[in-house]
Write a protein of this length. Sequence first.
Length: 394
Amino acid sequence: MNETGDFDFYPAEHSISFSSTDGEKVEIEWSDGHQSKFNFLWLRDNCPCCVHPDTMEPLFNVASIADDEFISSVSTSEEGFLQVVWSKDSHISHFHPGWLRANCFLDASNRFTPKAIAWDSKTRKEPKRFNWDEIISKTETEREWLFSLVEDGCSITQNVEPSKDGLIRITERIGVVRETNFGLFFNVEAKNGPDTAAYTEIELPPHTDLPTREYQPGLQLLHCLKNSVKGGESILVDGFRVAEEIRLNHPEAFDLLTTIPWDFGNRSTVSDYRWRAPMINVGLDGEINEVRVGNFLRVPLQVDFDLVEPMYKAYKLFETLNQEDRFKLSFRLNQGECLIFDNRRVLHARNSFDPSKGERHFCGCYIERDELWSSIRMIDRRNRQKIINSSSNE
């Protein structure tokens, strides 16, 4: 069993210099002078030996902690682990120093993860570009590629085989494809009898895909197989940047857009998907974490009569800003290039094109955000394992 009680690896960069307990908490001083404090309930809940040896899932039930449970003593083992002796049944827990430091509540350096960095046409001219051969051969390039989908919410992968198989290879690098009513993979091209505006040649305004679903797809991939038409340029808008603009300059509109749901619908002759949700979602930390926009994917608004006009004014503001050039990135996606973007953040659009003069054929699919995060964590896990292996071989 992994001595940390999970599948991850934790380099022990700092050793425990001193530890003490008052029965309800453990205080640790580290070799670099940093101090940590851990609650006794938290420690008992995370005992590394109280997990299944194969799944690493907790076997200990917090509800079984007795009201009079406390820590009898703490010490440092010869291996450098924190040894905790519990008052009931003399259970002893051994906590790996690297794991403890990585989970220290008071150490902000352990909380590094990529975060969204808002952009507009002044700060970015087009999505970052990555070479597929480098992504699959260099870990650092792959990590930067994945990070860009969190930080910028978009990127372009070049030199990918212009086929569905080429797209599949990219998806396999990130995670599992999400199936929708458009299938696992879909072809974006002008069609006879289209069931969505995307399958026509008309201009598409900035929008997110499937705001009509309880959970909008996280990432969208659009891989260019052919693009010889005049027009059809791709357009991206950072919805987080626009939402922050509204929060700063139009607080009343922001309040409406974040609290009152709109009605979205995706209807065809064989299906009828609908969902109600605010156009902007704000997390408990106050950070914007989702936008839900689609002018051609709305159905009649259902709110109190007195809210109808204010709601339309707020929406008009949002829609107007989304179409201003100062927020747009406009570029042409060429054969063998795959555009990936966060569909819950980045609005996408396109200019109209003439399908009678040339071909425009993209192959697309969706992947959830948590697939991306899993891939990022796995890359970092492998890097930490390399550090540990390198140290043990010295």
